[in-house]
Design a binder for this molecule. Structure first.
Ligand code: CTP
Ligand code: K
Ligand code: MG
Length: 181
């Protein structure tokens, strides 16, 4: 497969996993998931992981997967690259897995003594990939292995940190995010 084609498929297939975290930033606030509970003197997750942000992020990812599925035929025709339609389970794995990965990352950050908003290079950029891909492979096995070939996964691992850093810098500059990571 040509590299450009691989990049198009990787980006398209990952969009339902990319969008939830950004929507959570916009929609966040309200009750924290951990309800203020602590573990070993630190918050379980912290005030940065809220019910509202998580619900809005997951919903946005699912909705986007629906829109992309409706557009897939036309886009495939226009680009000359077959882009995936999403099954409900694939969308759930990608969007839900992205939110879950971000939540697990916060759990690890708190256990390692990092306050809310502290940077954790590597984890910050890839947490949602590490959970969304295996979860999607589990929930939508056939769909996953049709689209996430090894070359697509390799592109995802390279592309995701670049996109993550870029979007977070923009969100920070716009005053939507407290830190540029
Ligand atoms: N957010 C949310 N719910 C989530 C994820 C994010 O409400 N599940 C919102 C919060 O307002 C959060 C902001 O988006 O502060 C930025 O997200 P993120 O950088 O992931 O959280 P941090 O505040 O940096 O907290 P942490 O150190 O736990 O990552
Ligand atoms: K994060
Ligand atoms: Mg953060």
């Amino acid at each position: 497969m040509a590299l450009l084609e691989t990049i198009v498929i990787a980006f398209w297939a990952m969009l339902p996993a990319y969008v939830p975290n950004n929507i959570a930033v916009l929609a966040g606030g309200g009750r924290p998931i951990d309800g203020g509970r602590t573990m070993g003197g630190s918050r379980l997750l912290g005030d940065g992981k809220t019910w509202r942000g998580t619900a809005a992020g997951t919903t946005a990812g699912l909705a986007l997967a629906g829109v992309l599925t409706l557009a897939a035929d036309d886009v495939s025709g226009a680009l000359g690259v077959d882009v995936p339609e999403f099954t409900l389970l694939a969308a759930l794995g990608l969007a839900g897995g992205a939110m879950l990965g971000d939540i697990l990352a916060s759990f690890l950050k708190r256990r390692s003594g990092r306050e809310r908003g502290a940077m954790f290079p590597g984890l910050d950029q890839l947490d949602f990939v590490v959970v969304s891909l295996p979860l999607t492979a589990l929930l939508a096995n056939e769909w996953f292995f049709t689209w996430f070939t090894w070359d697509v996964i390799a592109v995802v691992v390279v592309l995701t940190p670049i996109l993550h850093v870029t979007t977070n810098m923009i969100a920070y500059q716009l005053g939507l995010k407290n830190e540029p990571w």
